[in-house]
Design a binder for this molecule. Structure first.
Ligand code: NAD
Length: 544
């Protein structure tokens, strides 16, 4: 495996933020530094009066990057107070004006690409190319809702009780203030993209990004400000989720949560207590199926991206690969070869194919899963070890064979660069094994026969299924709903579903001419008879 050393190659970032080793006496590890003024210009957007800060370190070198001011429960209350005031005015802002700001955001995201890629990579450690995916996804989302929002939010006419005499208008009115709690793995798009349709629909947002990736979320908030959104419309609080989650849910009209299934269940309980809605985008143990008629080279290429994008810290990444007997050996040879050709590194360089894990905890989980599997008899066909020579929390891309149900990585989400291979003889057995377990987020199927693969997709219990692609065909198609079945979540982001979740559906019925009470001196009995005749007639006419 190639390895590019951590470092700061001249001009790699292209952004203005990174400035060589600093203070090497005190922190000899530090390879990257952010200008204090730059950090201050971002953190001033956090509603925080506690006077305490939490240090963010970079997984590229384990050195400090910035200090983030921390919010209290009172700060959360203040953020909601400001957001409510801003929302009342925003709900009256014409939809076309909201859309124009989103298009400005789209352009700003592309214009500020180097800065965004630097910050994402510095904070998260991911390969720069995977940071690019995030910026692209956020821009796609902004453009999609800018161009379709008016249509999704338009008042709809539906059939009324009495044709002609009852008019029904269905309005989509904003919920109010939406709380967004997001994880660290895709720190830009998870922090911002779910808020884009919320704003488009006339809501305000209070966001609590993950503590480890606050800077990325804050750069994005600066871009929202620059795009012309009223400043108070998007509030940011910082702190541990278990402390700020409760105060947020108490004051929110809706919660959009992305993170682990365990936390998602806690959030669902608290939302139920208040009878507010929530969308929960949770974990997965995603299967990838290589059918007997698959293009093996294409499947191997897809399997590398499916398993190792963002070092496997991706909710839709494949952790289980089921391969038909007929192509198993060829697939495994190509998959291992492609994995071993990956360029591993911890830098801002475009050439890196896979970066480090984000934290020591992530490294511990991944190491435990691999050690447990190998200790119980699984074989690592490639990888299998941490690589502290590359970065403090680096773990090699790892392909396991011989994984059995008593091993933790058989059914538990690893959320790292570890994938297990399983051979199958019979497709229906492969589908049953793919559906095994509690999750149902994403699946991939490789086959030369699209028709057959789409038929199999209907039997897979996952919210998204990609054919001849790892995950990008669905995730990148922002007009299509995305989310999990079973323990992988509730609700959907993207598409019309992704904006309607932030609205209340309101039906307005206008009754004209014909009254609903008996008319023309009819008794209640005669009135019921006339109505019964009417019901029979409408059925004969084929009305809904
Ligand atoms: P996590 O649940 O620990 O944390 C996610 C967010 O929730 C963070 O902002 C955290 O501060 C906050 N939080 C933690 N405890 C909380 C509580 N009690 N109340 C309110 N908020 C709380 O998840 P994580 O480990 O940071 O993220 C990884 C997980 O997220 C994986 O399981 C992954 O599959 C999942 N994920 C899912 C999607 C998706 O779209 N389905 C996308 C990305 C990540």
């Amino acid at each position: 495996m190639n390895a590019s050393n951590p470092g700061h190659p001249e001009g790699v970032g292209g952004g203005p933020l990174v400035d060589g080793p600093h203070d090497p006496e005190h922190d000899p590890r530090a390879s990257y530094v952010l200008e204090p003024e730059y950090v201050a210009s971002l953190t001033e957007r956090v509603v925080a009066t506690t006077g305490t800060t939490v240090q963010v370190t970079s997984p590229l070198d384990g050195a400090p990057l910035a200090h983030i001011p921390q919010s209290s429960a009172d700060d959360v209350a203040e953020a909601y107070r400001r957001a409510r005031i801003a929302q009342a005015a925003w709900a009256r802002t014409p939809v076309a004006e909201r859309a124009a700001k989103l298009l400005r955001l789209h352009d700003l995201l592309l214009d500020r690409m180097p800065e965004l890629l630097d910050i994402i990579t510095l904070e998260n450690g991911k390969a720069r190319k995977h940071a690019f995916d995030e910026v692209a996804h956020t821009a796609l989302t902004a453009r999609y809702y800018a161009r379709t929002g008016a249509q999704h939010l338009a008042t709809e006419r539906r059939g009324g009780l009495f044709p002609v005499f009852t008019r029904i208008d269905v309005n989509h009115v904003p919920k109010g203030v939406v709380g967004i709690i997001s994880p660290w793995n895709y720190p830009l798009t998870m922090a911002i993209s779910d808020g884009i349709p919320a704003l488009m629909a006339g809501n305000a947002v209070v966001a609590k990004p993950d503590a480890q990736t606050m800077l990325t979320a804050l750069v994005a908030v600066k871009l929202l400000d620059e795009a012309g959104f009223p400043r108070d419309l998007w509030q940011v609080v910082a702190g541990p989720g278990r402390e700020l989650g409760g105060p947020m849910i108490e004051r929110s009209d809706y919660i959009c949560f992305t993170g682990s299934t365990a936390t998602g269940k806690l959030i669902a309980q608290q939302c139920a207590e208040r009878l507010i809605g929530c969308s929960l985008e949770l974990g997965g143990k995603n299967p990838l199926l290589v059918l007997r008629d698959a293009d093996v080279e294409k499947a191997a290429e897809g399997a590398v991206r499916a398993s190792f994008s963002n070092a496997g810290q991706l909710c839709v990444s494949a952790e289980r690969i089921f391969v038909a007997d007929q192509v198993y050996d060829r697939f495994v040879e190509r998959f291992v070869a492609r994995t071993e050709a990956m360029s591993l590194g911890a830098s801002l360089d475009w050439e890196v194919d896979m970066g480090p894990l984000i934290t020591a905890e992530q490294l511990e989980t991944v190491t435990n899963h691999v050690d447990d599997a190998v200790g119980k008899g699984a074989r690592a066909l490639t990888g299998g070890s941490p690589r502290p020579d590359l970065a403090p929390y680096f773990f090699e891309p790892t392909i396991l064979e011989g994984v059995t149900p008593e091993m933790a990585c058989f059914g538990d989400e690893t959320f790292g660069p570890v994938v297990s291979l399983y051979r199958f003889h019979d497709e229906s057995d492969a589908v049953a094994r793919a559906n095994d377990g509690e999750y149902g987020l994403n699946a991939a199927i490789y086959s030369r026969d699209g028709e057959r693969a789409r038929a199999i997709a209907r039997q897979v219990k996952c919210g998204t299924v990609n054919i001849n692609e790892a995950f990008g065909a669905t995730f990148g198609s922002v007009a299509a709903p995305m989310g999990g079945m079973r323990a992988s979540g509730m609700g959907r982001r993207q598409g019309v579903e992704g904006i309607h979740r932030y609205t209340e559906t309101q039906s307005v019925g206008t009754q004209r001419v014909l009254r609903l009470s008996p008319q023309f001196g009819l008794s209640a009995e005669r009135h019921a008879k006339v109505q019964t005749l009417g019901l029979r007639l409408l059925n004969k006419l084929g009305r809904a």
